[in-house]
Each structure stands twice: as C-alpha cells, then as structure tokens.
Design a protein around this ligand. Structure first.
Ligand code: HEC
Ligand code: HEC
Length: 388
C-alpha cells in the first residue's frame, strides 16, 4: 500500500512537471506575437475622416478655448515636442503656467495635480489592437484604468475634469454647453464646423469629440526600425538589438507587452512605488492597484514612466522589474501575493537590462506630425499658457 502511494505520488509529480514544461513551451510559442503596426487606421463607422475634419480637430486640440479659464489646451499636456506626452511625472492643468518639467502652479493655488502621468497620443488610433492585428475604434481601451473606450468619448472627458481643463468657474454639467456657446460665437469655427459636419447645427458636444478624435487618428508613428524589420528588412535592427528582442521575450516581458503596440491592454497589479506629490493612494482599477499595460513604442519621447511617472528612465524601470522578479515589494499596499501571477514568470537578471533597453530603442519613430498651428481661431495663445 505504502509502495503504491509512493509510486503514484511520484507519478503525479512527474505529470505536474510535464504539464509545467508543456505550458512553458506553449507560452514561448505564443510569444511569437509581435508584429509591425498596420500602415492604415480604421475609422469608426459614424466618424469617417476627412481632411477638413482633421484640420478642425487639430485647431481644437491646440485651442485653450476648450478650458474653463481659457488657458489649458489638449496640447498643454500632449505636445509634439514631448512625443504628444508630457515631460513631467504628474500633469498640471488648471491654474498652471509653463511647459513640461518647467510647468508650475500660479499662486495662490487650490488646484491639485492631475493624479496620473499623461499618455502619448501617438498611435492611440490603434489602442486595443491584439496579437491578431484586430481592433475596433468603437471599442478601444483608453486611460490607465480603462475607464473610456473610444477616442471620440475620451476627448470630452479632460474638458469636464476639474483639475485638467474645467477649473472653478463651471460645473461638470455646464462646461460643455459653455464651450459650444463659445465656439458658436467665433465666426471661423462656425465655418470650419459647417465644412466638416453635415446638418443644420454642426457645433455640438459630439462633433467636438469627433473632430478631435479624427485629428488624433493622424498622429501615427508606424515606421520604427522594429516595424521595418518585421516587414522584412533584416538589416533594420542590429545583431545586439536582435539579441535584446530575444532577451525581452525570454524573460517574460511579452506576457503583457505584446501585439503590435506591445500592450495586451489588460489590467495588471505590479505595485509601482507611490508618487510623493499625491496626498492619497491611487488604487487603480477596482481598488486592486492594477493599471493598464502601456505601449512600449516611442519611449524615447515619453519619459517619465508608469501611471504616476515614478521612474525617470528605462534603467529605473528595469531595476524595478528585477526587484519584483526577485520577490521584492515596492508599494506599501501591494504585497507579492497581490501582484499579477505573471510576475512569477519574470526571470530578469541585471545582465538582461542593457540588451532589453537597446531593443526598446528600435521601437522609436521620430517621424510623426510635429507641426504646430501658428494661431488658433479663438486668438488665444496656441497650446495654452505654456510659454516659459
Ligand atoms: C492637464 C493635462 C492634460 C490635458 C489638458 C489633457 N490631457 Fe489627455 N491625458 C492626461 C493624463 C494625465 C492622462 C492619463 C489619465 C489617466 O489615464 O487616468 C491623459 C490621457 C489621455 C488619453 C488616453 C491615451 C491612452 O493611451 O489611453 C487621450 C487619448 C488623451 N489624454 C487625449 C486628450 C485630449 C483630446 C485632450 C483635450 C481635450 C487632453 N487629453 C487634455 C493629461 C491631460
Ligand atoms: C504582468 C504584466 C507585465 C509584465 C510581465 C511586464 N510589464 Fe511592463 N508594464 C505593465 C503594466 C501594467 C505597466 C504600467 C504599470 C503602472 O503604471 O502601474 C507597465 C509599464 C511598463 C513601462 C512603462 C511605460 C510607460 O510609458 O510608462 C515599461 C518601459 C515597461 N513596462 C517595460 C517592461 C519590460 C522591459 C518588461 C520585462 C522585463 C515588462 N515591462 C514586463 C505590465 C507588465
């Protein structure tokens, strides 16, 4: 009897080991899920792009008329000089002046920091794209906590958000009506909206969102050296960068950073250290401290990193991953047991860091639209109060 038990026990163990090996192999095979970005963007059915709509959306993106106090534009925090992201950890919207790392609150001030780091708008047209190259512009995840799901819908949210663009003088219910009224009173906008949209009343909240989203879909960077390599130019990336790609896959980064955007667009709990500028914990999605996997494209232009801008450079990011792979905890509220199970799959050593960083460099494409309008129809400063 005893013999039988021992025997079946070791059989079970053997089976478990076999199963583990099989899973690992499958995972490795599945990791062959990296691809170039498509060259073309899909528009939502109810918002096809036209050159007029794009041009209007661009002006709106740079025009601070969309903010309560007329001093913050989308471009204040998403500027081409910073890869359409922002060179600071947490954004300053309302009552701010200056640009990027030099932006400060005007005094006196009662407005808090925006609690998160601004994403880049580059390639957000592809948000949600999966390993089979499928995505839907009507259902594409937005924000660190996935709380919006299209560019059209997202575009109106910063305008309504107190510390980003709305400020003290308008309620959340009132602000968009106010913006519509303002735009109707600017003759150039009445012409531009009429040319971009059908109907007798072209200036609406919905059409503001549609125009901005259409412009955002033109902010593409699809010609990185990695894209050229995946499209067949074997010499587009160097041997050591290819090694870095293999290391990236081998250590398990691709379990979450996969598909053409290097994001699974899912929520994961990693326990990024807190940002001392914030007075309360940001507990992420459903209070689980989970945040959405961000793209790894164009990191050269979009430092600092993570949902709260905690890390200034890629070395700090890699050191963090080495720590959590080693079982360490970096956030007082997030123990190892609470972290994503895929963290257990991470096998990262110090020697892997430099090759991975060199691979990440192949994902930059500086050839994106950097043209800033010389003026906007409101006559206000282009991009808001960002002169330094
Ligand atoms: C005060 C700074 C600020 C302003 C102004 C601002 N944003 Fe943002 N933006 C952010 C921050 C911070 C985030 C990340 C917030 C989050 O995920 O919770 C973000 C996220 C986004 C995203 C999500 C990208 C992604 O991959 O999920 C889009 C799209 C976007 N902003 C577009 C806009 C547009 C359009 C405007 C103007 C109507 C605008 N933003 C104004 C700071 C700003
Ligand atoms: C378990 C899923 C998962 C794994 C595995 C993973 N990441 Fe991440 N990555 C994320 C999530 C989620 C974030 C955002 C976390 C946050 O801000 O709270 C992130 C953020 C990043 C960022 C910051 C990007 C930005 O714009 O802020 C970089 C760079 C990065 N990861 C690289 C890597 C590398 C390299 C590896 C392998 C060593 C790796 N990741 C492994 C899920 C993962």
């Amino acid at each position: 009897m005893l013999l039988f038990w021992q025997c079946s026990n070791s059989n079970l163990e053997e089976q478990a080991i076999k199963e583990k090996k099989r899973l690992k192999k499958e995972l490795l095979n599945n990791l062959n899920v990296f691809a170039a970005l498509p060259n073309k963007v899909i528009d939502p059915k109810n918002n096809p792009a036209t050159p007029k709509k794009v041009a209007l959306g661009k002006l709106l993106f740079y025009d601070p008329i969309l903010s309560g106090d007329k001093d913050v534009a989308c471009a204040t925090c998403h500027h081409p000089d910073n890869g359409y992201a922002e060179f600071r950890d947490l954004s300053i919207g309302v009552n701010g002046k200056g640009f990027g790392s030099k932006r400060v609150f005007k005094q006196p001030n009662n407005i808090p920091f925006v609690k998160r780091n601004a994403h880049t708008i580059l390639n957000t047209a592809f948000n949600g794209i999966n390993t089979k190259n499928y995505y839907s512009p009507e259902d594409s995840p937005m924000f660190w906590d996935l709380r919006s799901n299209s560019l059209e819908e997202q575009a109106l949210l910063p305008i309504k958000t107190y510390e980003e663009m709305r400020g003290d003088h308008f309620s959340e219910e009132r602000i968009l009506k106010e913006i519509v009224t303002r735009l109707k009173n600017i003759p150039e906008y009445t012409v531009l909206f009429k040319e971009a949209f059908d109907g007798t009343k072209p200036i609406t909240e919905e059409n503001i969102g549609k125009a901005i989203a259409t412009f955002e879909r033109t902010l593409l960077a699809t010609e990185s050296r990695f894209d050229q390599y995946m499209r067949g130019d074997n010499s587009a990336i160097s041997l050591s960068e290819k090694d870095g790609f293999e290391t990236f896959k081998k250590v398990g980064c691709g379990n979450c950073h996969n598909g053409p955007m290097f994001s699974d667009y899912k929520a994961h709990t990693l326990g990024i250290p807190t940002n001392d500028k914030l007075t309360a914990f940001d507990s992420g999605i459903d209070s689980t401290y989970a945040f959405r996997t961000p793209t790894l494209r164009n990191l050269r232009f979009t430092a600092p990193y993570m949902h709260n801008g905690s890390f200034n450079n890629l070395k700090e990011v890699l050191e963090f991953y080495e720590d959590i792979a080693d079982g360490k905890e970096k956030h007082e509220k997030v123990g190892h047991a609470q972290m994503d199970t895929l963290v257990n799959e991470l096998k990262l050593k110090v020697k892997d860091m430099a090759p991975i960083i060199s691979f990440l460099n192949t994902l930059n494409d500086s050839n994106f639209d950097k043209e800033i309008p010389l003026k906007v129809p409101s006559g206000l400063p282009v991009g808001g109060d960002i002169e330094i």
